[in-house]
Write a protein that binds this ligand. Structure first.
Ligand code: HEM
Length: 332
């Protein structure tokens, strides 16, 4: 028979406690958190159905929801801070003024609130809605972790300080994502969110006319594309037109790896996009995503799940908001 000394038992005990506490920490967010928490209802299905119904009327919301999750998570973590209304909240920061899809989150939250009030956080509604959007846009289904709680704070200045500019260098962007626990590959994969939706002329017009104060366009830009974009975004026009990220005539709201193929022929729209195609730090990842069949489809969901872990509030912290635009009560 094997007999352990007291010191061995103590050591084993310590290992067990460490393992259990680590499991607890990792298990605070997990797949299927709402199973059995909302009677017999499937929270994720309810949210999916709301998104699907809205999508049927307006397919552009898929891009809005995917972007919304990024803008929430990169500023103070995935705590639904981007959803809060108020005079100086994140929503009021310039880069957030073009965010779309808030009404979809409100409708989804209302639908779950009707069935089981005070159970599902807005941060989770957003995560589940973004996954629904990826799937509706033709992306692969992925399992989302849930169990987030909602935060109390939302600040315009924090949003301005943390949201990256479209002119960010690849090196700085890699560093920014690393500071949020995301790898270089996660960054390149997540930027594939730019395979859907639109941007405005003012976000890339310097690339057309005066790149980095050279008085010339960005030499990397494909000449046919430069010509077409200059027509869409005339230098002296007071308008700020909308341009699709994807330059193929179809599939503007189809999430796929066409974005990376575009970068490899110098047809990236924003500077941040073309940078990852050109930079030796990321070019090989871009090639892999462009050429290896199914690689982007598989990776995008995985990186969205990783992004969904940034700075989450779990356990007894935070709250479950009743309405995503306002906190229930102030905490001092
Ligand atoms: C360094 C990182 C990033 C920068 C600098 C950036 C910048 C931008 C800019 C400037 C726009 C256009 C805004 C406008 O003109 O209205 C945009 C749109 C968009 N971004 Fe990003 N982005 C980044 C990362 C991401 C990530 C990680 C995702 C998602 C995973 C994402 C998803 C989107 C989507 C879907 C749109 C289109 C939104 C729509 O059509 O409503 N972006 N981004």
């Amino acid at each position: 028979m094997w007999c352990a000394s007291p010191s061995t038992i103590l050591a084993l005990g310590l290992i067990l406690v460490t393992l259990v506490s680590q499991c607890y920490a990792n298990n605070q967010l997990y797949v299927g958190y709402y199973r059995g928490k909302c009677w017999q209802y499937n929270v994720e299905e309810i949210i999916f159905n709301v998104v699907k119904a809205k999508y049927a009327k307006d397919p552009t919301i898929v891009a809005g929801l995917i972007r919304l999750q990024f803008h929430d998570c990169i500023v103070r973590g995935c705590d639904a801070s981007v959803l809060l209304d108020g005079p100086k909240t994140e929503k009021t920061a310039k880069p957030n003024q073009s965010l779309k899809g808030f009404y979809v989150i409100d409708a989804a939250k209302e639908a779950v609130e009707r069935i089981c009030p005070g159970v599902v956080s807005c941060a989770d509604v957003l995560t589940i809605a973004a996954r629904s959007a990826v799937f509706l846009a033709g992306g692969r289904w992925y399992y989302v972790e849930t169990g987030r709680r909602d935060g109390f704070i939302s600040s315009r200045s924090e949003a301005l300080a943390n949201l990256p500019s479209e002119h960010i260098t690849t090196r700085d962007a890699i560093q920014l994502f690393a500071s949020r626990g995301l790898s270089k590959e996660d960054f390149v994969v997540l930027l594939g969110g730019h395979s859907v939706g639109t941007t405005h002329c003012d976000k890339f017009s310097s690339r057309l006319y005066n790149f980095h104060n050279t008085g010339k366009p960005d030499v990397r830009m494909n000449s046919g594309m430069l010509y077409a974009l200059r027509r869409m975004c005339p230098r002296k026009s007071g308008s700020n037109n909308i341009v699709y990220f994807k330059n193929a005539p179809t599939g503007h709201y189809q999430i796929d790896n066409a974005y990376y193929k575009q970068l490899l022929v110098n047809q990236g729209l924003l500077e941040v996009d073309q940078n990852i195609g050109s930079s030796p730090l990321t070019n090989s990842i871009v090639k892999k995503l462009a050429y290896v069949p199914g690689y982007f489809d598989k990776k995008f969901g995985q990186s969205m799940v990783k992004m969904g872990r940034i700075g989450v509030i779990t356990g007894k912290q935070g709250e479950i908001r009743k309405y995503c635009g306002a906190i229930n009560h102030y905490k001092h």
